[in-house]
Every structure is written in C-alpha cells, then in structure tokens.
Design a protein around this ligand. Structure first.
Ligand code: ZN
Ligand code: ZN
Ligand code: ZN
Length: 262
C-alpha cells in the first residue's frame, strides 16, 4: 500500500560534500550522487508534510524538492548542521499565519531557543518572522497520521533523538542520523522495521559517529527490510561506498533527492 513518500533532502555530513576549499577526487566528482547537502528528510503522506531537521541548506532543499507546505518539524539535536535552516520556515508561518510546531527533547528545544530566541517570543507575532510552537516529547506521540517514538541514541558526549515512525500496519521507518552507539533497548525496539536510515560517516572510526563497518554491524542486528546509509563525508565516492557493502545485505547508500515509497 502506498502511504506516501520520504525524500532525502540531504545526505552529507556537517560540512556537506563537496567541502569548501577541498579539491579531492570526491569533492570534484561528476557523479551527482556525490553532491551532498546537509542531512534532513521530508515525509509526505496524504495527511501531513513533516520534516526531520532543517539544515543550513534548507532553503535550497525546499526549492529543489518543491516543498509547498510543512505541518511540523522534528529535531534530532541542536548541532548547526541540523537546525540552522529554521529561519526559512518563516514562509510557511507567514503564508498560513500560524506558528510552526517543532518537536524534540526539552533540552534540544532549549538549545534551539538559544540560537533563535526571536522565534520563541510569544504573542508578538510579526507577520514575516518565523515563530515556533515548541513541543517537548519524551515518549510516543501521534502526529500527521503517524505514531512517532523518540529514541535516545548516543552521539559522542551528547544524546540525539532518533525517530521511529509507525502506522497501524507496523514499523515503517526509523531515522537515526548522528549516532555512535545504540542501546540494546533501542535495537530491540526497531528490530524488523521496514526502512532503517542510519549514520555511516566514513570508513575510519570517529568518536561521535558510526563508521561504515559499525553501521553494517548495527544494520545486521536491526534486520530492516532495507537499510540506507546517510550523513556521509567526502572520504569515499558513492560508488566506492556501494562496494564496501558485503554482498547479500539489503543496505543501500542514500543520496540527495532519493525517494522511498512509504
Ligand atoms: Zn550532523
Ligand atoms: Zn574533498
Ligand atoms: Zn551532530
């Protein structure tokens, strides 16, 4: 059954690919899949249009994807590469004369408020400014026809939220960008999900992100019908990454504008 679609708005790590000032083979690659804006996904169903994160590239991403409306945004954490596009939500606030609901952990919402204090001013709604309606979530909630469960995952010294999206038909997808380790509890919770979207930064181990090898191990445990790797650096081309996946595993490398039928 087609319930909608998910589009990868960006699949690059915090600096994007190509990186400013870099002339490596990946940054000069002519394969369009090697052009990666910062990480975010857009989830469209007949009931709702939701975003996970608003990257610094959000304006470009929204224009190229043709995003006409956004009902709410879920934030994984407050690192710059995941929140700095928030101000560009203003067009949706202005057009519909409303504030934008944003969902995350209470601490993340506080950090976002520190970056965009004016977006949180209550009741002094200037019609062209962005205004958010912060909604702290720490357990499963309903939104836009989905049952969404925030999952705490370790991202170096901080925690980020992964989000599991369920329908009555079952676990549809889980988005786990920016993580270094998953607890057994989280793995158990998402095991057998249809689509797993997960951080797989690069080959060399990193203190705050899963490496390709580590992500492969996690993907085997979760055993999704299909896994997609995201939050990718300029260390390997798309094709090189594909060759790093052992045969027989349902793991694909995501790229910008790739769509999944939900
Ligand atoms: Zn990131
Ligand atoms: Zn490079
Ligand atoms: Zn991060």
């Amino acid at each position: 059954m087609n319930l909608g679609r998910l589009q990868f708005l960006g699949t690059g790590t915090s600096q994007g690919v190509p990186m400013i000032g870099c002339s490596c083979a990946v940054c000069r690659s002519e394969d369009p899949r090697d052009q990666r804006l910062r990480c975010s996904v857009w989830i469209q169903t007949p009931e709702s249009s939701l975003l996970i994160d608003t990257s610094p590239d959000f304006r470009t991403q929204a224009l190229r994807a043709g995003i006409q409306s956004v009902d709410a945004v879920l934030y994984t954490h407050a690192h710059a590469d995941h929140v700095l596009g928030l101000d560009d939500l203003r067009c949706f606030c202005e057009r519909e004369n409303r504030s934008m609901p944003i969902y995350s952990h209470p601490e993340t919402l506080k950090q976002i408020q520190g970056i965009f204090p004016y977006a949180f001013f209550p009741k002094v709604r200037v019609s062209t400014y962005v205004q958010v309606d912060p909604i702290a979530v720490e357990s499963t909630f309903e939104l836009g026809g989905w049952r969404i469960t925030p999952l705490k995952v370790e991202h170096g010294s901080i925690q980020t939220y992964g989000f599991l999206f369920d329908r009555k038909e079952g676990k549809r997808f889980v988005y786990l960008s920016d993580c270094k380790q998953l607890s057994e509890e989280v793995i158990e919770r998402v095991r057998g999900v249809d689509y797993l979207i997960i951080d797989a930064l690069r080959q060399k181990p990193h203190p705050t992100h899963l490496s390709i090898e580590e992500s492969i191990e996690v993907a085997k445990k979760i055993a999704a019908k299909q896994t997609y790797f995201t939050h990718l650096t300029h260390h390997h081309t798309h094709c090189e990454r594909e060759r790093m996946i052992p045969e027989g595993l349902s793991i694909a490398i995501a790229y910008d504008r790739l769509e999944i039928e939900l």
